[in-house]
Write a protein that binds this ligand. Sequence first.
Ligand SMILES: [Fe+2]
Length: 492
Amino acid sequence: MSNLVRTFKPQAKNFDESIKQLYFSLAADKVGGAARDQAKEYLQDQLSQARTLRNELPERLSDLAPWMHERAAAVGEEYRQYLSVRKGGAPRRFFTNRSHALHFLQAVAPTKLVDGAWLYGLLPRWKDLDYLPLIRTYLEELGDGIAEKNHVVLYKKLLTTHGCEQWRDLDEEHFIQGAIQLCLAHEADQFLPEVIGYNLGYEQLPLHLLITAYELNELGIDPYYFTLHITIDNAATGHAHKALASLQQLQPLVGDAELFYRRVADGYRLNDLGANTMSVIRSFDLEKEVIDVFREKSMVGKNMHSDYCRVGGRTVNDWLSDAEQIPAFLKALEDAGWIVRGEPAEHSRFWRLIQGEHAEMFGVFNEYEQQLLRDWIALPVSSEKGRIPDAGATASRAPSFRMQQRQVAAAKRSGDSKRVQYIGTARSIFRKTHEHEGVDDFTSELRLFEQKLSSLNSEDAVMRTLINMMSPAHHHTKVGLMATRMFSKLIA
Ligand SMILES: [Fe+2]
């Protein structure tokens, strides 16, 4: 048991710096003293807000375990009901269409790309058994250094696959959760009960995670990042269980146990600040997103079209010269028959300009932007904003992600898929490359890191160097993954 004598009490202050700026300075290669001072100030500010929210935790720490199990059972029951109404023909509850789901993936990216960060500050305590469950949780977030299991790598791949990489332009509120996690990462020494409380809140399995995974799969989007969290957060043996075990182990024997638990409850409520899954899902406005895409394209496109390209009597360059004209331009495209709303996108001439073998604007719109356009065109003008009326029916026609996977596996067995041949060729090239692996520009970073570790003459120095490379900024890089693998082995 640890004896935590708590003397530090966060004071409420008004934080008036940019949250985005703080997020990026704490996710940077090197985190300076000024950024850490801001982190403290920001956490104090956020905690004062968290304290105004309803405290869900039971009054006594001893009641936490049954409380957690009751909640997990209630979530299971709600999910069972969800599945039952869906089976009965109810439409999707979260995502009206595919672009809605992709918008969600992009909008929660600032949080997901620092997944697990709040536990980083515990790594220097690796010699203390009391912190091991939380350190193990952090290592599992990092996939123990295996890229295919590292949560940040997985999320990055998801964003890249679907062209959802423009998350840096999101509003400040989307960065609040990520900023809180990064602040906790760098200030664990002063906010340990809050880290434990935040972890307890984050690792409970919520209903929205189950529904998100189910509906992403329906829409043909890989749900693995989300299903992975359903299994690892479980209350019986997973991260939720470890979170509770750590809290029980770390409560003070000599210090003020009540104050400690109050601070745990404050940290728990930090999870409720800023944009969250439900607010992000509700905020989706298909029309606005399509207009924003065209506004952005107009910056480059306003000088790219020839004078022969005319819509509604005006040149396309003229339409695009002022971003404010975009809604009128889209209306003009509809009036001129370039876009036929309420019908599959393939029926529109404009769609054929961006998709197809001889598409003149091929490559202008990425996958996410094309999906927005496709859903917007298919949406009848009179429909409720952003909602396709037969969303459920649409799902039953489109192959789910798992169905697609089964189709690829079947194609592989029959050997008739060019895609599978390509994958096979890529794998054999990969194997050959590694057989002859030497020091070159691609591997020099790993070699240099190995050399650096070999030159160190104490265990502490080695562990410090590894921990530095396992920060939220580094752990998902090649060197960071290698450092994580080594750290995992050394503390096993
Ligand atoms: Fe995670």
